[in-house]
Design a protein around this ligand. Structure first.
Ligand SMILES: Cc1cc2nc3c(=O)[nH]c(=O)nc-3n(C[C@H](O)[C@H](O)[C@H](O)COP(=O)(O)OP(=O)(O)OC[C@H]3O[C@@H](n4cnc5c(N)ncnc54)[C@H](O)[C@@H]3O)c2cc1C
Length: 414
């Protein structure tokens, strides 16, 4: 029977980064996925490594905003009516975690991860020959109303406290950075500390290639075959069964498929999101991700074209795609930027795996010796993959972790 020190289940950015961080610590590691490396959620995202992020997304704070979502009038959120009864407990918990004091607490508890996000990526990118995919020119958030901007003040205060660089810009300041944006917004904030990728898939694949170069093994297999074998764990792969004393679940939105049968019930929610690729009209240019905050979409230059990603859709993870947010946001986007025709005819759908308190779970699985969890990275899995790998690597190797892992323990939900 083949044996390895660790089996990482799921080869998205989170699992691949963990596998690489463990291999760098001299462990023998198998990375198991039922598909290709990085081809699911870690492929379709907006490509931002958000070192400057502090506040998590919040439940609508006033009735008008809530009614806009409920009546499906905005483009920032959508939901499937039939899914509401199922998602309501999660939404209540999300609402409770959206109180100003809780948001601030979340921002502080998540900060150690965000603080190390870019340095960890930088190291892995340099070692993997992937640095050419990284643009270190920040991102721009646009506010269409003064009220939207005023609401930002607590977040900006916290950013100052954390020493994060930002610049409040007027239309002329934005024009200097992004000449093709029309001044349809009232205010803008430029966050120079954000790094964006021109091809997130290529970066995950580069990390996986580095993992292989260090002796790591990549296998095809179904993570749902994970079961106890003696004192350890066994996974069935296309190359046969594989035993280990340490299995790490990094299955993104599919984690519940493996955890629920083991009796580990965590409050997973799924904020689905879509992307499409476009050409630009004429000589229009875009150099960095731009977020239209009120309308809940982002555009960013990717190797495939200008990628447009949508906000949250509350629907069953596996429900058929309903990309209605594109129609709602398109008039706003066309006002802002001279978008051309579609670069391809695909509409990609993925699901952000989210806990209501907007903190990931990183650490030991409760009640299951030798099982580790790296799940629920929500809007920030690309950002936090490498730093999650580092934390798991340090904990598994018995090293002093770079930060206190207690805020990310699954036990907070038990
Ligand atoms: C529209 C959108 C925009 C986003 N933008 C950003 C952004 O700009 N910055 C950021 O940091 N984050 C962003 N995110 C979030 C980020 O993409 C995710 O948090 C992250 O990709 C999750 O990574 P993961 O490795 O946990 O999951 P995944 O990438 O989904 O990987 C999970 C892997 O598990 C495998 N798997 C599933 N089931 C099985 C099974 N039974 N057996 C074996 N393998 C299995 C899958 O094949 C997959 O490869 C965005 C997400 C969306 C949807």
């Amino acid at each position: 029977m083949a044996r390895t020190d660790a089996i990482v289940l799921g080869a998205g950015i989170v699992g691949t980064s963990i596998a690489l961080q463990l291999a760098k610590r001299g462990m023998s590691v198998a990375l198991v996925d039922r598909g290709g490396i990085g081809e699911e959620t870690s492929y379709g995202n907006s490509g931002a490594i958000e070192g400057s992020t502090t506040y998590p997304p919040a439940f609508p704070s006033n009735l008008a905003a809530l009614m806009r979502v409920a009546l499906k009038q905005g483009s920032d959120a959508n939901y499937h009516f039939g899914f509401l009864p199922k998602v309501t407990p999660w939404l209540w918990a999300f609402r409770a975690a959206s109180r100003p004091d809780r948001i601030l607490e979340t921002a502080r508890l998540n900060r150690p991860l965000f603080e190390r996000a870019i340095p960890e990526h930088d190291t892995l990118m340099a070692e993997s020959g992937a640095s050419q995919y990284a643009r270190k020119n920040g991102w721009l958030k646009l506010y269409r109303s003064e009220e939207g901007f005023t609401g930002l003040q607590p977040e900006l205060r916290l950013a100052r406290e954390f020493g994060l660089a930002f610049e409040v810009l007027d239309a002329a300041g934005v024009k200097a950075l992004e000449p093709s944006l029309n001044p349809v917004f009232k205010r803008a904030v430029f966050w120079p500390g954000v790094v964006s990728l021109s091809n997130p898939l290529a970066v995950t694949k580069a990390y996986a290639a580095r993992f292989s170069a260090l002796g790591g093994v990549t296998l095809r297999g179904d993570a749902r075959s994970l079961h106890r074998s003696g004192a350890g764990w066994r996974v069935d792969t296309e190359q046969g069964p594989l035993d280990t004393s340490a299995a790490i679940v990094a299955l993104g939105p599919w984690a519940p498929d493996v955890l629920a049968p083991l009796g580990i019930k965590l409050p997973f929610g799924f904020k689905r999101g879509y992307h499409r690729h476009y050409k630009t009209e004429g000589n229009a240019t875009l150099s960095r991700p731009v977020i239209d905050v009120a309308n809940g979409y982002l555009i960013t230059p990717m190797q495939q074209g200008t990628r447009l990603t949508t906000g949250a859709e509350f629907a069953a993870r596996d429900a058929a795609p309903t990309p209605v947010q594109f129609e709602r946001l398109m008039p706003h986007l066309r006002d802002l930027f001279p978008l051309g025709e579609r670069a391809d005819d695909k509409t990609w759908l993925g699901a952000r795996p989210c806990f209501p308190d907007s903190r990931p779970v990183i650490g030991r699985a409760p009640g299951q010796k030798g099982l580790w969890l790296a799940v629920g990275h929500a809007h920030w899995g690309l950002t936090l993959g490498p730093v999650t790998g580092r934390l798991i690597g340090e904990m598994m190797a018995g090293e002093t972790p770079f930060c206190d892992p207690a805020p990310y323990a699954a036990e907070r939900f038990l």
